[in-house]
Write a new protein. Sequence first.
Length: 299
Amino acid sequence: MERQKENQKEVVKEVKDLKEKPERELDGLRKELARLKELKRQKELKEIEANSEELVSEVNSESLPSDEIETRLNNIEDILTSRLGEIDQKTYEQNAAQIEKELRELELEIVKERGAVTKEISTYEMLLNDYPWLEEKRYIFMYSLPNKKTDLKDYESWKKEWSKVLFDYARYAILHILYLRKAESEKPFSNFEERKKALEEIAEELVNKEQAEWLSKSKEKLRVYWKSLDNWAEDIYEWAMEISPLEPILIFEIRESNREFSKLPNEDIVKIFKMLEKEKRGKIITLDDGQISFKIKIE
């Protein structure tokens, strides 16, 4: 009887472990969808304020593509939180593959939704939604670089806040490589009193947090990891399975995919191929012309 109880506890623990990853992904997708919907709502409110005196309640009255995405997210959540999933490992494992596939599809839908929103709303407007202090007069001091020697506490706080802004700037603009000289001319960074020095200090903070790395000794080119290579590897693998599971995938095909990973640096794509090969999910093939490709392993 005691052994039976222990076995049941182990089964519940295994199912719990299986569920944790999709639950985290689900939460992340839900938050991103909510952020995009709020951005669209605020954009429409501004347009109404500028053009007419229509009631705010009329905003966003039509059904949006994001509504359907949210419904699908809710359906996955129902499966993950069902009592059956908590006690029946076999049944949950049978559904796990389908849940994973559905999450990948929903992630692509949200990426498309983000692209549609980005066309309507600038990167700076997206930043303002998360960091309204960027335009608040009482925070004008944030555009001055604090003295590290005399005001260390203020300097550390300033650097921490601005590193979040720079990180999200790269993420919203879908920039894997950030050229600081170009960023100096973009809002909000163009408002800095010492633009070059301020951006270097902020970028250095991202490097220290292992969210970025310098690609040049002159510190003008920064690789920002707003998504890990593990996650990019999963995205590329799923995409490759969809379009060409039997033929090797070439780097130029990734470039033409029009996905978020299409602008990844070549060296990162090679690293991803090596990661997938190490996981025994495929094999790197060097073609006669020297090009590197990746052939998925079909079970």
